[in-house]
Write a protein that binds this ligand. Structure first.
Ligand code: NIG
Ligand code: FE
Length: 418
């Protein structure tokens, strides 16, 4: 593969000389960066960077960044981008006064998506999901996690996971697959919760493991969905197949799911709109990444995640979109970062760590993605010249990703194609 040299980079953001696995607490307010920098890519990986005075003589291809900033691509560690149809009627229902939980109780919400997904052929799901991958690629995302959870039958959960496997094959960015059979109780099991948990554990999981379809297991632990005890049972079952947990917790209530997930060695706990002091205590010293999804409360008009309390307690935080048809029909990480700053009190530097390296960590991809370091995969984007790093979350309505690269190859140039 030809080498690529980027010249005249205004600021090379998150350029690590000694790469770390994640950033936590106070570390998050300092972003390593090189001003007036060059960046060399060889064989699809970063091979050198530094100030322009130390720039190598030549490469096969040269790009003049013209003072634009270079960022490592966003690492979006929580999405549901395989789905059959949008749900804007529920959005209108909420404007008229219904809550997310009320819509779910009336058979809307996740069950609405499950009905539509069950009748949609695999190829059609793949086409629409690929469209969403292309969309997030244009928005600067360079690694993504995708969940099942709109199937809720053996056949349809497997169908979703097979779509995710095909996404992995067809996409230049890494894709992690999470099995979310416990997303909602399907109507057939309304009077038989135990039966559905058994279906997940005894039928879905063995087949998924057999075909190697999932990297992680998830559950929606919330009032009206799955209990802490059920979530624990599912995490244990997943662990028997080598699947670590990434769990939907504390979206509307703090039920004790966070300590339970930490105790089971979960890779991440996600949502966290409602967090108690005990929840925070349980996370300290653990390997579980608190993952905040602020565009969900934005869309649902809910309270935002208390990022400051988490970071001030010395914890790391990751940011992800939660892109899905019900609570967050958006895959735009730049907007998530703006919300994290404006609504959750995160500093721009903290939000950028959270949306890159810490997100990579929440998908176990931090060795190869999430920052600009020699040897890491060259997934990055170039912005126009910016007055400072803080301008990125500040300019919340501007799309600042101008040219996007995956494995060192340009996949989008907004200056040419839109
Ligand atoms: O993360 N909260 C649970 N699951 C998704 C929403 C799913 C849906 O409404 O379709 C979420 O917000
Ligand atoms: Fe989610």
């Amino acid at each position: 593969m030809p080498s690529l040299l980027l010249l005249n980079i205004g600021t090379l953001v998150l350029a690590e000389t000694h790469p770390c696995s994640f950033a936590a607490g106070k570390e998050m307010c300092h972003l390593p960066a090189v001003q007036n920098a060059y960046l060399l890519v060889e064989n699809g990986r970063f091979s050198a960077f530094g100030p322009m005075e130390e720039c190598p003589e030549r490469a096969d291809e040269t790009i003049d960044a013209g003072g634009g900033f270079v960022f490592p691509s966003w690492c979006d560690s929580h999405t549901h981008i395989v789905f059959a149809a949008s749900r804007e009627q529920e959005f209108v229902g909420r404007i008229r006064g219904l809550s997310y939980e009320e819509i779910a109780q009336q058979g809307g919400g996740i069950l609405n998506s499950a009905r539509r997904l069950r009748e949609t052929p695999e190829d059609e799901l793949l086409e629409s999901a690929l469209g969403r991958i292309r969309e997030i690629q244009l928005l600067g995302t360079g690694a993504v996690e995708v969940k099942s959870g709109y199937g809720l039958t053996v056949e349809s959960e497997l169908k979703m996971l097979r779509v995710i496997r095909r996404l992995k094959e067809k996409t230049a960015m890494p894709v992690k697959a999470t099995f979310l059979g416990a997303h909602a109780l399907p109507p057939e099991y309304r009077e038989n919760r135990g039966g559905y948990i058994r279906l997940i554990i005894e039928e879905m999981l063995p087949q998924i493991a057999d075909e190697g379809l999932a990297d992680y297991i998830d559950a929606f632990c919330e009032k009206g969905f799955f209990t802490v005890a059920e979530t624990e049972q599912l995490m244990e079952a997943g662990a028997r197949y080598g699947l670590k947990a990434k769990v939907h917790v504390n979206q509307f209530n703090s039920l004790g799911a966070i300590p339970a997930c930490v105790q089971k060695g979960a890779l991440s706990v996600d949502h966290l709109e409602v967090v108690s002091d005990e929840d925070i205590q349980s996370l300290i010293g653990s390997n579980t990444m608190p993952t905040l999804l602020p565009s969900a409360p934005f869309f649902l008009n809910d309270p935002y995640q208390p990022a400051r309390r988490l970071i001030d307690a010395g914890l790391p935080v990751a940011l992800a979109t939660d892109y899905n048809p019900g609570s967050t029909p958006s895959g735009k990480m730049q907007f998530v970062i703006s919300l994290a700053c404006i609504k959750c009190g995160m500093l721009p530097e903290e939000a950028i760590w959270a949306a890159t390296l810490n997100g990579a960590r929440a998908m176990e991809l931090e060795q190869d993605y999430g920052s600009i370091a020699v040897g890491k995969v060259a997934n990055f984007f170039i912005t126009p010249p910016l007055p400072s790093i803080a301008y990125l979350p500040y300019a919340f309505g501007s799309d600042l990703v101008e040219r996007a690269f995956l494995k060192g190859k340009m996949v989008m140039d907004k200056r040419i194609n839109g």
